[in-house]
Design a protein around this ligand. Sequence first.
Ligand SMILES: [Zn+2]
Length: 202
Amino acid sequence: MSHYVKFTYERASADTAPFEALVELNACRQKLLEQRLIGVDSNGVGFGNLSVRDGSTTSFYISGSATGGLPGLTPADCVRVVAFDFARNWLRYEGAAIPSSESLTHAAIYESDASTSAVIHCHDSVLWRTLLDRAPTTSKAVAYGTPEMAYEIMRLFTESDVRSRQIFVMAGHEGGIVTFGKNLEDAFGVMMRERRESSPCI
Ligand SMILES: [Zn+2]
């Protein structure tokens, strides 16, 4: 499935915001690229995105749209999301790039869990099939990058054990997995642990 930016967005400033965690984000991205958890699909469309909360605020830094295949990100490839409204499918950001199509998915997690400071969205068809409806799973009827996905994630936070599992599956977005944690290393560790546990014994 291709990724398109479906929300409306408002650029508050084209200046790239200082992004201290960019080194950490690139280090994590490098590992995800090596595992092909982010990258470019057979149609040449980049997939996968990462974000980091800006301190203890509700703002967060996120990789730009269609950056999945880049070897490393510069500050110009990232944006800082400074305001969002799920009902209007709207966000405001600072930066030169266009925010990832899944920015509101990330926002819904930060909004739901104050202890989360990093979110990873990647694609892994094996892990996706293994965890579908076994780990917290968003409704198949809900597509990525929609207000419904944001509400669906908030529902998981109230009705499932997603907070302690730190992972959920997007049933309506094939291969779509999201992990989160107190930092990128934590979120990446969850992804690796789940992959180890789900890998078939051959
Ligand atoms: Zn995706």
